[in-house]
Ligand binder design. Sequence first.
Ligand code: HEC
Length: 127
Amino acid sequence: MFRKRPSLLILLMFSAVLLFGTADGAWLAKVPASDHQKTNPYEGQPDAIAAGRKVFEEHCTKCHGQNAQGVKKRPSLRTERIQQQATVGDLHWLLVNGSMKRGMPSWAKLPDPQLWQLVTYLKSLHE
Ligand code: HEC
């Protein structure tokens, strides 16, 4: 079966890499200083948090979970890394660029205001 379908084997191996690779925040080191320092035009605004939650439910829950708690090896976004360590500029950069090799898609197709709404929502999750 595998000899006839080598692509299936490759797919299985690829999924294994995705499933067993852990999110270690390596992407943070790639963010250019100019992006790192960006400010969020919607900082803390309740409307933006609500709008961001909607966008999150539409595009992100299948991997990060209904409450951003993570799904299997897809990371929780309620961690110290996302809530404390990463700046809003870092999060915005990751949404634009993704972390493709590790299975995080780019969201550059979404309008920029929606990306900032997502960032506002994410930063509202610390307890
Ligand atoms: C197809 C699955 C998938 C979807 C859909 C997805 N992500 Fe991710 N996301 C991942 C994976 C896998 C990682 C880990 C990437 C890494 O470690 O480099 C990740 C990492 C992240 C991180 C950094 C987490 C950390 O601790 O380093 C943030 C923030 C994030 N995603 C936000 C989002 C948002 C917001 C959306 C929706 C617009 C989204 N993701 C949609 C799979 C996904």
